[in-house]
Design a protein around this ligand. Sequence first.
Ligand SMILES: C[S@@+](CC[C@H](N)C(=O)[O-])C[C@H]1O[C@@H](n2cnc3c(N)ncnc32)[C@H](O)[C@@H]1O
Length: 273
Amino acid sequence: MNLIVTTAQKPSPDVIRLANDIAARLCVQFIPRNSHSLATIREKYEVCDLIVVASNGPIIHTAAGEYFFHLSMAELRIKNLINGKHDHMVIAMGLEAGMSVLDCTLGLATDAIVASFVAGETGIVTGLESSQVIALITGYGLQNFTVDSEADITSALRRVKVENAEYCQYLEELPDNSFDIVYFDPMFRNPIYKSSNVNPIRTLANMSPLTPEAIRQACRVAKQKVVVKEAVGSSEFARLGLFTVVGGKYSSIKYGVIDCRPKMAGGGQPWNA
Ligand SMILES: C[S@@+](CC[C@H](N)C(=O)[O-])C[C@H]1O[C@@H](n2cnc3c(N)ncnc32)[C@H](O)[C@@H]1O
């Protein structure tokens, strides 16, 4: 990994401990900051990417930008739900309290946090992320970030279980019908750079396209729905055999949905593309 870990200037002992721990987990070097600029560290150690640990957690600096855990649109989406507004992802999933969701593409966990809030204390949300660095930073944030005066949102963060895993392998090992919903939000084939909050993780993220085999496995694992997020008009929906596509009329993203409930009622396999 072309990456080293350092700290912000004047780190506390806790920050130094966390930085060492992160470096050990990623099997990369920890370099004490010693008042150097990040540019100097980059040049001296010939690395592109740096994780800088500060008192509020780790930040990864890449050529594409900086990523540190934040709620992104999750807080607004949750507040909209509380105020009785729709969330297109929640509708596409048919998500209700008590359900289990396997989010195969955790990323910044914005979707997983919304799903966790709706699934509630009796639900389960597991997020898979194949990039070790993204899984680490997102996982740290989910366990440590506190949303001021919003205990329900903070609890939703804590309930998301993060696995640093590749979804094809993970799905293959799961028993039939083990989650209500299996969800994918892969890196779009044609990125919407302008509005995308995933820009900072673009150089770290797994860019592989979703495969028909992954969809087949997801249909085996899901009791209720398989849901795939893609850009509006994307040819991915047809390529993957997702013929029901839902979402906001004016939205730049849509959700392809496969209903697995007929399978549960003995109606055969839901996916034949
Ligand atoms: C578009 S982002 C997901 C954003 C996420 N839905 C959110 O709300 O923040 C896609 C993420 O999925 C991850 N990913 C892509 N392919 C994967 C795979 N085969 N297994 C696990 N994670 C994968 C990427 O590394 C990236 O972090």
